[in-house]
Design a protein around this ligand. Sequence first.
Ligand code: SAH
Length: 258
Amino acid sequence: CRLGHCHALALRSVSCILCYQPIFKILFTATNANFTVMLHSIEREDKHLHKGLRKQLVEQLKGKGITDPAVLQAIEKIPRHFFLDPAFERIAYEDRAFPIVADQTISQPYTVAYQTQLLEIRKFDKVLEIGTGSLYQSCVLAEMGAIVHTIERQRALYDFVSKFFFLKKYPNIKRHYGDGYEGLKTYAPFDKVIVTAAAPYVPPKLIEQLKPNGIAVIPVGDESGQKMYRIRKDAAGHITEEVLGDFSFVPMLTGKNK
Ligand code: SAH
């Protein structure tokens, strides 16, 4: 890596295990196979340009009504372009969704910020996320100090992010392969639940697995569009629902996909 931590580890990783900087010294000794990997990681550098674009994005999000300073700080800090195909590097900080592996999408930054703000995250909140996707939303929550349990139903995506260096940076992210409709009984109850795919209805198990005084944020609807629901469980276990703005997510599907 640029800081010189890790010559010996280079062949096994695309980023330094100490500082998470991309490794590029190996470029000169690499076999063809590794050469591709290294080119890929060079493009993953977080340059001043990217930092500047993130600042602009944060200003846009403020203009669209995002006020939670911790949400804005997390978005300013996390290099979103690392989560995207290098082809999108130059446009990674536009406020729009992008395709990722297995025909899925990384949500638009505004959507990530909006859902996260609705969750009223506090440090050490135990959060259940349905739809790991690119891992970006999980990282935003983890950066804010939450303990994140994230479920993905697509094996290809679950495997794709398994070597992602953000998992070392954020040991407070725990990934699970499974069907989000079931929640995660073993780790329940949760302070917060976030669904990042369009649910046809509010999945009952997710509300069961919410703690008293907990909050769930779920886009509910079909492929023609969804409304964002914020569901609160009070101290006595009573449920109240707020129906908020319009969104467009990929569908929340049942079962696991191998
Ligand atoms: N949070 C993600 C958004 C991913 S898109 C990000 O920041 O990139 C929605 C994801 O939900 C997809 O990866 C899709 O495979 C997943 N998904 C859909 N239905 C699911 C279910 N029942 N359980 C778990 N994941 C599901």
